[in-house]
Each structure stands twice: as C-alpha cells, then as structure tokens.
Design a protein around this ligand. Structure first.
Ligand code: FES
Length: 103
C-alpha cells in the first residue's frame, strides 16, 4: 500500500498529496498546481529549487551547480528530485548564488 504525505507550501499557500516514491514536482503537477517553476525535470536546471522547512525526504542526484553541499544540508532541494518520507513544509527557494551573478 502506498503511503501519501501532505505537502504544504507557504509561498504561495497551497497543499497537495504526494506518495512516497513520487517526486514532489510530479505530485504538484498531478494536483493541477503550477506553483513551482518547471524545467528539465531531471535535477539539472535548478528551476524547481525549494526549501524544505520541515519534514524528511529521500533524494536523487541533484546538480551541484544548483544546490551546493551546504545548501543541501540546510534543506534546499530540487522538487523534481525529492520524494517525501513524512509530511513536508516547503517554500520556493531563492536562486543559487552563482545564478545571481551569471549572465
Ligand atoms: S526541473 Fe530542472 S532541476 Fe528540477
């Protein structure tokens, strides 16, 4: 039996279910929400950066160009690469520092 977890986003305020093993970005889109930017869907473009404020999750490989090791430790993640293992509280994360200075 699949376990579903509630994903609450604070900016904007929305909530949607996500199954363990399902990517947060996929679940958001399945719920008809378009509140996170979507790009490659493969962990390579950084469009879907989020901050996990509370909760636990499993993750697949994410581009270090878009999520540094320190950011990852602080809960920054790519929504297309993480699956919840508990309910999650998330927010849209600001762009990676290196992206602010690239042309
Ligand atoms: S959509 Fe490209 S990293 Fe998530």
């Amino acid at each position: 039996m699949t376990t579903n977890h509630d994903i609450k986003m604070v900016n904007p305020s929305v909530e949607f279910p996500c199954a363990e093993g399902e990517f947060v970005l996929t679940a958001m889109q399945r719920s008809g929400l378009n509140v996170i930017d979507v790009g490659c869907r493969g962990g390579g473009c950084g469009a879907c950066r989020i901050q996990v404020v509370d909760g636990t999750y499993s993750r697949r490989r994410m581009s270090r160009a878009h999520v540094s090791e320190m950011e990852e430790l602080e809960g920054v993640a790519l929504a297309c690469r993480i699956s919840p293992t508990s309910p999650l509280l998330i927010a849209i994360a600001p762009p990676a520092v290196q992206e602010l200075f690239s042309e």
